[in-house]
Design a protein around this ligand. Structure first.
Ligand code: HEM
Ligand code: NAG
Ligand code: NAG
Ligand code: NAG
Ligand code: NAG
Length: 349
C-alpha cells in the first residue's frame, strides 16, 4: 500500500518533470531565422557563421578543421576521473596556452591556437565553449562525419592542465589505454576516437615533410585510415625513421606507431578491423565517444544541449577502396581469430 502510494507520487513527480522538460525543449525560431530546441542556443548561430568565415575559410574541411578537432582532444584529455589533473573540456589549452603549448605532446598545436585566438576574442564565448564548438563545426565540414553534439555553458577554465596527460605516438598500447581509462574511456572508446585520424596529417613527427596525411583521403571522414593502417608497411615517407613513426604502405603517407600498435593489439584489434568500411558503425561510435570527450570534467546539468547549431555534414556513401595496386594480400593482421569475421572480405580492390 505504502509502496503503491510512493509509486503514484513518483509518477506525479516524473510527470511534472516531463512537462518542465517539454516546456524548455519547445522548438523556437531565432531572430536570425534558424530553429533550435532552446532559445539560449540562438546566440550560437551567428557564432557558427563567424567561425566558418574566420577560421575555416568559409566552411572547408582543411587543415584548420582537422587541427580544431585535435585541439579539442588535447584540451579535454587533461582530466582524470580520479581528480588531480586538469579541468577537462574547459578551453584551458587556449586560455593558458603559454603553459600547455610547452608540453611535448602538444607539438604542432601552436598553429591552431594562434589561428583560433583572435576568432575566440571576436566572440562572446568562454574558451571551453569556443574550443569545443569550433571542433564540432570544423568536423562537420568534412563529408562523412557525424553531426557532433555541442553542449553550451562551460565556465571559464581555472588553470592549465598538467603535463603528460596527452598520449604520445611513442607510448605503448598499455600506457595509452591506461591514460584513456584514467580519463574515463574504454579501449573501444579509444579506438572510436581514433576515427579522427581519417582527417589527419602530421607536421612535426617528421618536420621535413609537414602535412603528411595518415590516409589517402584526408579530406573525407571515411573509414579509409582503419584499412590503410592494416596494410603492410614498406617505407618511411620522409627523412627515414622518426620517433613515433613506423613504416607506411604508401609514399606521401605517414603511419603513427601508436595507430599501428592499437590496430594489432588483442584489446583493440577487433574493433579496429570492424570499423573498416562500416561507415555507420564508425559514425555512431565516434559521435558517442566525442560527446563524452567534449564535456569531460563539466557539470552537464548546467549545460544546454545546443547540438542543433552544428551544421549537418555531407554524407559519405558507397564503399572505401584499397589504394591502387593494393589488395587483401597486402593486409597485416595480428589477431587471427577475427580474419574471417570482418568486413574487409567484401572490399573491392
Ligand atoms: C592514442 C592517442 C593519440 C595519439 C598518440 C595521437 C597522435 C597524433 C600525432 C603525433 C599527430 C600528428 C601531429 C603533428 O605532427 O602535427 C596527430 C594528429 C591528429 N590527431 Fe591524434 N593522436 C591520438 C588521438 C587522437 C584523438 C583522440 C583525436 C581526436 C578525437 C585526434 C585527432 C587528431 C587530428 C585531427 C590530427 C590531425 C591534425 C592536423 O591535421 O592538423 N588524435 N595525432
Ligand atoms: C595565448 O594567450 C594569450 C592570452 O593569455 C594571448 O594574448 C596570446 O595571443 C595567445 N597565444 C597564441 C599563440 O594564440
Ligand atoms: C555574453 O554571453 C553571456 C553568457 O552567455 C550573456 O549572458 C551575455 O548577455 C552576452 N553578452 C553580450 C554582449 O552578448
Ligand atoms: C634527418 O634525420 C636525421 C636522423 O633522425 C637527423 O639527424 C637529420 O638532421 C635529419 N635531416 C633533416 C634535413 O632534418
Ligand atoms: C589470419 O591472417 C594472418 C595474416 O594474414 C594469417 O597469418 C593467419 O593464418 C590467418 N588466420 C586465420 C585463422 O585465417
Amino acid at each position: 500500500m505504502a509502496f503503491a502510494r510512493l509509486s503514484t507520487f513518483v509518477a506525479l513527480v516524473l510527470g511534472a518533470t516531463q512537462i518542465v522538460n517539454a516546456a524548455t525543449t519547445k522548438r523556437v525560431t531565432c531572430a536570425t531565422g534558424q530553429v533550435t530546441a532552446n532559445a539560449a542556443c540562438c546566440a550560437l548561430f551567428p557564432a557558427v557563421d563567424f567561425i566558418q568565415e574566420n577560421l575555416f575559410d568559409g566552411g572547408e574541411c582543411g587543415e584548420e578543421a582537422h587541427s580544431a578537432l585535435r585541439l579539442s582532444f588535447h584540451d579535454a584529455i587533461g582530466f582524470s576521473i580520479h581528480g588531480g589533473k586538469g579541468g577537462g573540456a574547459d578551453g584551458s589549452i587556449l586560455a593558458f596556452n603559454s603553459t600547455e603549448l610547452e608540453f611535448h605532446a602538444n607539438g604542432g598545436i601552436d598553429d591552431i591556437v594562434a589561428r583560433q585566438f583572435p576568432v575566440f576574442q571576436g566572440l562572446n564565448l568562454t574558451a571551453g565553449d569556443f574550443v569545443h564548438l569550433a571542433a564540432a563545426v570544423g568536423t562537420a565540414n568534412c563529408p562523412g562525419a557525424p553531426q557532433l553534439s555541442f553542449f553550451f555553458g562551460r565556465p571559464p577554465p581555472l588553470a592549465p592542465a598538467p603535463d603528460l596527460t596527452v598520449p604520445e605516438p611513442t607510448d605503448s598500447v598499455t600506457k595509452i589505454l591506461e591514460r584513456f581509462a584514467d580519463a574515463g574511456f574504454s579501449p573501444a572508446e579509444a579506438v572510436a576516437l581514433l576515427s579522427s585520424h581519417t582527417i589527419a596529417a602530421a607536421d612535426v613527427v617528421d618536420p621535413t615533410i609537414p602535412g603528411t596525411p595518415f590516409d589517402s583521403t584526408v579530406g573525407t571522414f571515411d573509414t579509409q585510415v582503419f584499412l590503410e593502417v592494416l596494410l603492410k608497411g614498406t617505407l618511411f615517407p620522409g627523412n627515414g625513421s622518426q620517433p613515433g613513426e613506423v613504416k607506411s604502405p604508401l609514399a606521401g603517407e605517414m603511419r603513427l606507431q601508436s595507430d599501428f600498435a592499437i590496430s594489432q593489439d588483442p584489446r583493440t584489434a577487433c574493433l579496429w578491423q570492424l570499423m573498416v568500411d562500416d561507415q555507420k558503425l564508425m559514425m555512431a561510435e565516434f559521435k558517442a565517444a566525442m560527446a563524452k570527450l567534449q564535456v569531460l570534467g563539466q557539470n552537464t546539468r548546467k549545460l544546454i544541449d545546443c547540438s542543433d547549431v552544428v551544421p549537418v555534414p555531407q554524407p559519405f556513401t558507397g564503399h572505401i577502396k584499397f589504394p591502387a595496386s593494393f589488395s587483401k594480400k597486402d593486409l597485416q593482421i595480428a589477431v587471427s581469430s577475427f580474419n574471417v569475421s570482418f568486413s574487409l572480405i567484401s572490399l573491392q580492390n
